[in-house]
Design a binder for this molecule. Structure first.
Ligand SMILES: [Zn+2]
Length: 152
């Protein structure tokens, strides 16, 4: 059995060529595309696929836990919510959001692990105590602007 149909089967998602094309294209990119951008990528391969199908597939995949959906605001939309962006990488990782363009980028995994490992456990415990909750995941989002200089 092919990898993606097997993955869909494990998540109770009926496999169609269009759904497979959407997931495959999302998995192959690190650009965290919107449904519209992904439609542009998929339409080249799976001609005739509608934007509504791409959107509905992304919502289904997100509901089933195969993709993640991110919505945020940025200066590029005058502080209003951007179009949702999608990520096939559902592992815990940290995004950098360019406030001028609204684009999301993954920060290097080693630096993400390093940053999360430095969160003070005692402060997390105090938050749990004061709010009477149990925290099982911390998500961090980094916002800023492109500076032009970039180390390798
Ligand atoms: Zn990501």
């Amino acid at each position: 059995m092919d990898r993606i149909p097997a993955l869909f089967a494990r998540h109770n998602i009926r496999c169609t060529p269009q759904r497979e094309a959407v997931y495959s294209a999302l998995e192959a990119t690190e650009s965290h595309p919107t449904a519209l951008e992904l439609h542009g990528m998929v339409a080249k391969k799976a001609g005739g696929i509608s934007l509504a199908t791409v959107y509905n597939t992304l919502e289904l995949l997100t509901r089933k836990g195969l993709t993640r959906r991110y919505v945020h605001t940025s200066a590029s939309t005058g502080g209003r919510e951007e179009a949702a962006r999608y990520d096939a990488d559902t592992r815990s990782h940290i995004h950098f959001i360019d406030d001028q363009t609204g684009r999301l980028r993954d920060i290097p995994a080693d630096l993400g692990v390093d940053l999360l490992s430095k969160l003070p456990a005692d402060v997390i415990e105090q938050i749990e105590d004061r709010l009477g909750v149990r925290i099982d995941q911390v998500r961090i989002e980094l916002h800023g602007d492109q500076t032009g200089s970039q180390a390798c």
